[in-house]
Structures are given as structure tokens and as C-alpha cells.
Design a protein around this ligand. Structure first.
Ligand code: PMV
Length: 333
């Protein structure tokens, strides 16, 4: 049977991955740490066989060969898989997400994590977390982190072949069940500059990128320790500052990349003001306008109410530490 289905959740980085040292193998310039989140998930069924060509349907929409979305992402990934199995198999893929894709909610992380696990199962490749993480990385770097649940670190690795650039769990979801990520949607339209292009442009033209790289290892140490010790202030402060440093490199590329919208800034400034009042929360943003607000369970109700009342906020999704990718019995076709 060369058909399998898997589910995977998105992950939100606390220490961000920004920049590749090898774009073919998707090897990062720096390590990163994330939380796999409970409520944003993608289910994917893949079947390999002698179809005339590959096909891909995401949320009932067919994506065709020849489009950037297809060729630069799933197209490249399937060629990697064909190279591994040394067979010219074609794939039929159907995928469903419960949140808007390409809007900065790590849809590619969940999508490629689910696809990598389903592919490994369908083709009888190893399905242990390390092997699947390495395969998922070839679809999208951050997908390597969605294979494991809870809090996860993607090691930069040193080897040229990428065999040590793999994500490992720091702590399972039950280690810190009070941690929350309030994912705030301010627009559901697709982002303008994909992270892949944004990273490449930053490496080429940002005068501050070196500063980013020099400071990231310290952030990794603080956040890793903060997770283990469940020190919310330390994790929150360092994660927020890390996100701002990443956005500072994006904004200072040529041409500048500004992912924020007015409501992004409004949420950020409100979080800072509420913190002054004693309502402790921190923000983080990825390659898109959405803001994820980190807080503890005890403050969720109050924060959700306040965030929902801000201008432009369409939806607030409460995410807890979630599970890693897993195989499902029920196929989508
Ligand atoms: O893996 P990609 O290509 O989706 O890049 C992810 C980059 C950020 O989301 C901005 C940061 C991160 O570590 O998730």
C-alpha cells in the first residue's frame, strides 16, 4: 500500500530561524526553538503510483505545476523523495488545513511535516522522528520542528550534508501545559514576500544580519533554559526581543520587507502597555502580519477579551503546547 495520511500541527518559533547556509538542503544559518501548537493543523493524504503526473489539492483548490506555489515547494520536495527512493513515482496529494495558508501562521511547517510523515509511511521509509524531521526540512525548514510535540529545538548542525541539522524535543507538551500562544489573525490574505525569498534577500543586503547571527546563540541558551525551568518572564522577554531583531533585519534589506500592518503594531503596543499594568504577555511575529501573544493560562480570558476589542482583529485562536505529527487511519481520498 503506497497511500498514507498524516496530521501535523504548526509551530511558532520563540527563537527564529532566518537565513539559510545551504538552500538546496535547507540548512539554517542559526538554530531555532519553537512550540508546536495545538489548534492549527494540517491533514494530508499522499498516494504514490504510476499516475500521469503529480497532483496537489490544498483546501479543495488544485495547485498546478508551473505555478510558483507548486514548483518551488511541493515540486522540489517530491523530486527529493524520488531521488531517495530512486523511482519515478508520481504523487497524488490532498491536504486540508483548519486555518488560512500562506498568511504567516506556519502553514508550510504543518503542511510539510504532515506530507513528510505520510510520504515516509507510504513509501516504507524510516518513520522515526529524526528521519522524518530531516525529510520535512527539505520541504520547509521550520517543518522539521513540527514532527515533535511540545517545545522543540532545531539544531543548526555543522555537517555539510545536513545529517545533524535536525529538530529534537526540549520538553513534551505536558511539561508546561499553562503556556499559551494567542494567535491573532488580522488578515487572511496571502503574504507578499515568502519567507524563502525574504531570507535570501536579507542575507544578501541587510547590513545588520551579522548582528542577528552573533546574538542568536545566547537567545537559544536563555529560552532553552527558561522552558526547562518554566520561567515565563525569561522566555517571553527573550522571544519577543528575538522576533524584533529578526524583523529589524527584514526591514533593513533592499528593498525593505515590512510584514506588519497597522493592527500588527496596535497589538504589539497594547501588549506592552498591558504589561506595564501587570498583565504579563509578550508578542512574536513571523513572516506575516499576524501577532502571536504569549501568556499563561491564568490570563487567557482577560487577554482574549482585550485583543478581540482592538482594531482589525478578525480572530483570536488560543493555542496550547500541542502534539507532534502522527499517522491517521482515515484517508482524505
Ligand atoms: O521554514 P520557512 O521557510 O517557513 O521559514 C520560517 C521562518 C519564520 O517563520 C519567520 C521563523 C521560524 O523560525 O519559524
Amino acid at each position: 500500500m503506497s497511500k498514507a495520511t498524516a496530521t501535523a500541527h504548526s509551530n511558532i518559533a520563540l527563537v527564529k530561524y532566518w537565513g539559510k547556509r545551504n538552500s538546496e538542503l535547507m540548512l539554517p544559518q542559526n538554530g531555532s526553538i519553537s512550540m508546536t501548537v495545538s489548534d492549527l493543523n494540517v491533514n494530508t493524504t499522499v498516494e504514490f503510483g504510476s499516475f500521469p503526473e503529480d497532483s496537489l489539492v490544498i483546501n479543495n483548490q488544485k495547485l498546478n505545476k508551473g505555478t510558483e506555489e507548486y514548483d518551488d515547494y511541493v515540486g522540489i520536495f517530491l523530486n527529493v523523495v524520488r531521488n531517495v527512493v530512486k523511482k519515478d513515482l508520481k504523487a497524488k496529494i490532498v491536504s486540508e488545513s483548519n486555518f488560512p495558508i500562506a498568511a504567516g501562521l506556519a502553514s508550510s511547517a504543518a503542511g510539510f511535516a504532515a506530507l513528510a510523515l505520510a510520504t515516509s509511511k507510504a513509501l516504507n521509509l524510516p518513520t522515526d522522528e529524526k528521519s522524518v524531521s530531516i525529510l520535512a526540512r527539505r520541504g520547509s525548514g521550520s517543518a522539521s520542528r513540527s514532527i515533535s510535540g511540545g517545545f522543540v529545538e532545531w539544531k543548526r548542525g555543522e555537517k555539510e550534508d545536513g545529517t545533524d541539522s535536525v529538530a529534537v524535543q526540549i520538553a513534551p507538551k505536558d511539561h508546561w501545559p499553562e503556556f499559551r500562544m494567542l494567535t491573532t489573525i488580522v488578515t487572511s490574505s496571502a503574504k507578499k514576500v515568502k519567507s524563502r525569498a525574504g531570507m535570501a534577500q536579507t542575507l544578501k543586503t541587510c547590513p545588520y544580519y551579522k548582528g542577528w547571527l552573533e546574538s542568536v546563540n545566547q537567545d537559544l541558551d536563555i529560552v532553552r533554559k527558561g522552558i526547562i525551568e518554566k520561567d515565563f518572564t525569561s522566555v517571553g522577554q527573550t522571544s519577543e526581543f528575538n522576533a524584533l531583531k529578526m524583523h529589524a533585519t527584514m526591514m533593513t534589506t533592499k528593498p525593505p520587507i515590512i510584514y506588519w500592518m497597522p493592527s500588527t503594531l496596535e497589538i504589539m503596543q497594547s501588549v506592552m502597555a498591558w504589561r506595564e499594568e501587570g498583565l504579563e504577555s509578550y508578542f512574536t511575529m513571523d513572516a506575516g502580519p499576524q501577532v502571536k501573544v504569549m501568556c499563561l493560562q491564568k490570563d487567557v480570558l482577560e487577554l482574549k477579551k482585550r485583543i478581540s476589542e482592538l482594531n482589525g482583529v478578525q480572530q483570536v485562536i488560543e493555542c496550547k503546547p500541542g502534539d507532534g505529527a502522527r499517522i491517521l487511519d482515515r484517508h482524505l481520498f
